[in-house]
Design a protein around this ligand. Structure first.
Ligand SMILES: [Fe+2]
Ligand SMILES: [Fe+2]
Length: 187
């Protein structure tokens, strides 16, 4: 399956929403894996995707480009929606570290490691689904109201620049394909 995400087309919030749809494919695939014996290769690939696409490309655009601009137009950080989103990004990183630390032992039959990995994966799935829902339906709606056409254009350019600087533009299709491969493994 291809992906409509492109910083060349569409509004900045649509770029982020399109990336959410790719991330959700991996969350769905992880959920299917939870009751199965731990497949080390699947979880290594999922962590590659989550660290380098979900965090490295997607959360980086939000944290470095979108959130500072939203703060500058009056959307609060501390005790507000931006602080909440940043906190959830950190919680996600903590879950990923736990999954990563337990893959090898879980795949070798360590029941405690497998249980810890499954709990962390389930926690990550639940966290990211509700996080994406809040961004799609609350924060990005606020952003689209707060940002005029000029700010939207600046944001679109900033996203393209961020993707270029972090080589996300060149890695994008690789990670979309990886999301499809993980979905196939979990079919
Ligand atoms: Fe986010
Ligand atoms: Fe997001």
């Amino acid at each position: 399956m291809g992906c409509a995400c492109s910083t060349k087309n569409g509004s900045p919030m649509q770029v982020l929403k399109d990336e959410h749809r790719v991330i959700e494919r991996v969350l769905d695939a992880m959920e299917v894996q939870l009751p199965r014996p731990v497949d080390a290769e699947f979880f290594r690939q999922a962590i590659d995707f989550l660290r380098n696409f979900a965090d490295g490309c997607h959360h980086a655009k939000e944290e470095e480009e979108l959130f500072p601009v939203l703060e500058s137009v009056g959307i609060p950080r501390e005790h507000g929606p931006i602080g909440c989103m940043l906190n959830e990004h950190e919680m996600g990183r903590a879950f990923i570290r736990v999954i990563d630390a337990n893959i090898d032992a879980a795949a070798q039959g360590d029941a405690t490691a497998a249980s810890t990995l499954r709990q962390a994966a389930a926690g990550y799935i639940q966290l990211l689904r509700q996080h994406i829902d809040k961004e799609d339906n609350v924060l990005f709606v606020m952003a689209d109201r707060a940002l005029g056409p000029h700010e939207q254009e600046l944001m679109r350019t900033a996203f393209a620049r961020a993707d270029g600087a972090s080589s996300c533009s060149s890695k994008h299709q690789y990670y979309v394909n990886l999301a499809d491969e993980l979905a196939r493994k979990s079919a």
